[in-house]
Design a protein around this ligand. Structure first.
Ligand SMILES: Nc1ncnc2c1ncn2[C@@H]1O[C@H](COP(=O)(O)OP(=O)(O)O)[C@@H](O)[C@H]1O
Ligand SMILES: [Mg+2]
Length: 297
């Protein structure tokens, strides 16, 4: 059973759909956290729970710093801060691609708290997609399909041979939010954009999760979203990058990001954003680095 389905089996009874991002962040920051279970497919000790404040209850993810698995290329104990910095960057650019994410505390100590994105359309709700959503009922935007089964209009990433010697293709939807997510990933230098880190919420909102391995000063972009590689950026993403480039030159942003990242990482972030604006194109995979995360989903 796919990880997402397994996780959905443990979803909560309460749903809040009409709370703003700022309110969500406030509930995450100041609410009371109750854990309900551990995320089984997670590589770090990550938990699913509910956070409540003044009668508002939100499902959330809690990743304590203590549960972070040591990595050879990232300093230990820094992933939670990177996840929060990734949300800050998305906000500064105006990209609705990361659920509200804050630093907080829980039963296993300090860590990051992130809004849980409920999957799939709500049955019979007549829910309309909000900004940053996809039309229709697609719940998977990245897929591995037979060569003849590529959905119309989807973008091709690579071909492979499966365990039965059949040709399969890694593909993803040609969706505007997913395209912004690919630019966001290039800006934050995301080393782990797996298929399972692309979430489609109820009503079609597209969001990404697991931004712990980001902001390395070396080029580490690993992603399944290569469908736009080398193509010109669309106006909306160029404008978002321009907003981000301006914000990154403000002292307040430097201070805020400086609490979450090393100063050379903030400098390198600014350089990547400037480079994207200069080339005006989606990056291509770099030859000296594996372009696809493992596993890809
Ligand atoms: N905010 C979220 N909303 C919905 N599902 C999530 C969220 N965060 C994580 N998940 C689900 O839980 C899985 C494991 O979480 P992830 O952040 O990838 O943990 P890890 O850092 O240990 O790899 C993800 O692949 C995704 O399916
Ligand atoms: Mg993960």
């Amino acid at each position: 059973m796919p990880a997402r389905q397994r996780l959905q089996a443990a979803q909560p009874r309460l749903t809040v759909t009409d709370v703003s991002e700022a309110e969500v962040a406030a509930v995450l920051q100041h609410g009371e956290l109750t854990l309900e279970g551990r995320l089984v497919p997670a590589s770090n000790a990550s938990f699913y729970g509910e956070v409540t404040l003044d009668g508002v209850a939100l499902p959330c993810v809690y990743k304590p710093v203590r549960g972070e698995r040591p990595l050879w290329d990232f300093p230990h104990g820094t992933l939670a801060g990177r996840e929060v910095a990734a949300y800050a960057v998305a906000q500064l650019a105006g990209w609705l691609v990361v659920p509200p994410t804050v630093l907080g505390d829980g039963p296993f100590g300090p860590g990051m708290l992130q809004q849980w994105i409920e999957g799939g359309p709500e049955e019979g709700s007549g829910e309309r997609p909000d900004e940053g959503t996809i039309e229709g009922t697609a719940t998977v935007l990245v897929d591995l399909v037979g060569r003849r089964d590529i959905p119309a209009g989807w973008l091709h990433v690579l071909d492979a041979v499966d365990a039965y010697d059949d040709l399969v293709s890694l593909v993803h939807a040609d969706d505007p939010t997913l395209r912004s997510m690919a630019v966001f990933d290039a800006a934050v230098n995301n080393a782990d954009r797996k298929g399972g880190h692309v979430l489609v919420g109820r009503g079609g909102a597209v969001r990404g999760c697991d931004h712990g391995v980001t902001f390395h000063i070396e080029d580490k972009l690993r992603s399944v979203l290569w469908g736009w590689a080398g193509r010109p950026l669309v106006d909306a993403d160029r404008e978002a990058l321009t907003r981000l480039a301006c914000a990154l030159r403000q002292t307040a942003t430097e201070v805020r990001l400086g609490e979450l990242l090393r100063s050379d990482e903030v400098v390198q972030l600014r350089r990547r954003v400037d480079r994207l604006l200069r080339t005006g194109r989606h990056p291509r995979p770099s030859p000296g680095w594996p372009a696809i995360p493992w596993p890809a989903f």
